[in-house]
Design a protein around this ligand. Structure first.
Ligand SMILES: Nc1ncnc2c1ncn2[C@@H]1O[C@H](COP(=O)(O)OP(=O)(O)OP(=O)(O)O)[C@@H](O)[C@H]1O
Ligand SMILES: [Mg+2]
Length: 261
């Protein structure tokens, strides 16, 4: 099983949308995929129509003593091949505990490792805060995907995320390759094109040379979580960009030359 953490310390950059679309694209290729909602705000969980009351079984149960198994606390989604580990309200309290709470930093990784035979991919939708849940995700990950909004302030979030990843690499003594996925790109906006140029200059090896466009078809997470995507989404530029981004993340495609026409 490959574990990908989808993370950025900045909010609203497309983490949840990226997790959902990459997950369903992998599942549509016949991969067995687990999506884990690590954000107490539960956007991913709500996209699948799962209410917070009564609290669903989910991510927090992996942190219990003794921990529950992923198979027990995850659930089927309407999308074939895709299971979800829902977020639970109690995760907010867990998040406030120190990121270095003894023994708790590895709970997620241990839970996922025990389920490794059941999945080809686990995609972890991280909260936009550097706390215990994010640390768990990075400790468990084989690859870090950093969705980065193409606007000037977002560069700080990306740099902070890379520093955090380096910290995790040092403590776990295992490499954590990081890939930067530019998102919410509006080619008519100068701030967007300039930020994309700066991203590529600053991190040429890690940055996808293309970008996920700002696309109203991707705005409705609940729609993206349906069994079948509407034709407008399947034909959208945004969905097409995620297909190309996945090929790049899987190292199937070489780095493209530049933005598509
Ligand atoms: N490519 C896109 N085009 C248009 N809207 C988008 C795109 N990607 C995401 N959005 C919308 O932007 C908002 C933020 O996206 P998303 O929830 O995926 O970000 P996030 O990083 O997970 O946010 P948070 O930090 O709050 O968890 C959402 O309303 C989402 O529907
Ligand atoms: Mg989110």
């Amino acid at each position: 099983m490959q574990v990908w953490a989808i993370a950025n310390q900045k909010g609203g950059v497309g983490k949840t949308t990226t997790t959902l679309l990459l997950g369903r694209l992998l599942a549509s290729r016949g991969q067995r995929v687990l999506l884990a909602d690590l954000d107490p705000h539960a956007s991913l969980t709500r996209a699948f129509g799962i209410p917070g009351e009564p609290p669903p079984a989910g991510t927090l149960d992996l942190f219990e003593q003794p921990p529950k198994a992923v198979a027990e606390v995850s659930r089927l989604t309407p999308i074939a091949g895709l299971r979800l580990l829902p977020a639970q309200a109690g995760m907010a309290t867990l998040e406030r505990r120190s990121a270095t709470a003894p023994g708790l930093g590895l709970a997620l990784g241990q839970g996922l490792a025990a389920a490794a035979a059941d999945y080809d991919y686990a995609l972890l939708d991280c909260p936009p805060t550097l706390g215990l849940l994010m640390v768990n995700a990075l400790a468990a990950a084989d690859q870090l995907v950093i969705p980065t909004q193409t606007e000037p302030l977002a560069l700080h979030g990306m740099e902070g995320m890379l520093r955090t990843a380096q910290m995790v690499e040092r403590s776990r003594k295992r490499a954590l390759p990081a890939r930067i996925l530019p998102t919410l790109f509006d080619r008519r906006t100068r701030a967007c094109t300039e930020t994309l140029d700066r991203l590529r200059e600053a991190q040429p090896e890690r940055t996808w040379v293309q970008a996920v466009p700002l696309d109203t078809r991707l705005r409705d997470a609940a729609e993206l979580a349906r069994a079948e995507l509407p034709a407008e989404v399947l034909q959208s530029r945004g969905y097409d960009a995620y297909q190309r981004a996945l090929a790049w993340l899987l190292r199937e495609a070489p780095q493209p030359e530049g933005l598509p026409a």
